[in-house]
Design a protein. Sequence first.
Length: 245
Amino acid sequence: MLHIGIITLFPEMFNILQQGVSGKALEKKLVQLERFYLRDYTQDARKTVDDRPYGGGPGMVMMVQPLRDAIHAAKKKLGEDTLTVYLSPQGKPVYQQQMVSFVESKKPLLLIAGRYEGIDERLIEQDIDQEWSMGDIVLSGGEIPAMAIIDAMIRLVPGALGDETSAKQDTFEDGLLEYPHYTRPRTLESLDVPEVLLRGNHRDIIRWRLKHALGRTWLKRPDLLDKLTLTSEQIILLQEFIEEL
Ligand code: SAM
């Protein structure tokens, strides 16, 4: 079972995960999601969660005491071996293989969704194991990246997807983008479904799909190909794709 905690000022945002694949996994208890509402850890009547930055400047910083108490309470509940992650545009961008490895590790995960200008640097030093980013964009809070990460992890939990092989074929799983998909009708305007997919020869279909996975990775994300050592069969298929193009 995947055990994930999330510290947030907006716990209701995570209701979105009750839909679709993640919703079914939550229902089946393949994943346990615990929301820690930051205001529950405040000590004043106004439930203050922000504070002024030393040195001045625009914006507020997340107040240290409630966040620190929330982190400690969450870690106590999730367990000693919890990986504590602060969602931040300054973190390392997340990637699929990292999601796979984390789900396989079966460790509990604590995600901290920042708001305002972010969190006190000393909390990052003391209480945070890693900083993860959704990419080089700045969002107004860590909730959306947290939901994206939770969703990506949930679909990797055995039993979460209808067809277990489906996640294995996804883009990034083998370092390549996934091959193109087609469904009915056979002809759309003047565009036909590739003949090989209609003939039913399984070996030919596998070969065609690998060739096109290689080809579209070459076209759309050559940086991914640079990270791979292609087999001689893959080199031939990619060459074929380039020549046909
Ligand atoms: N002042 C911060 C900076 O320049 O690095 C940005 C703060 S941002 C407005 C507020 C919160 O949104 C952050 O604390 C973080 O939790 C979240 N956030 C924003 N962009 C993100 C990204 N690309 N990946 C992950 N979290 C992000």
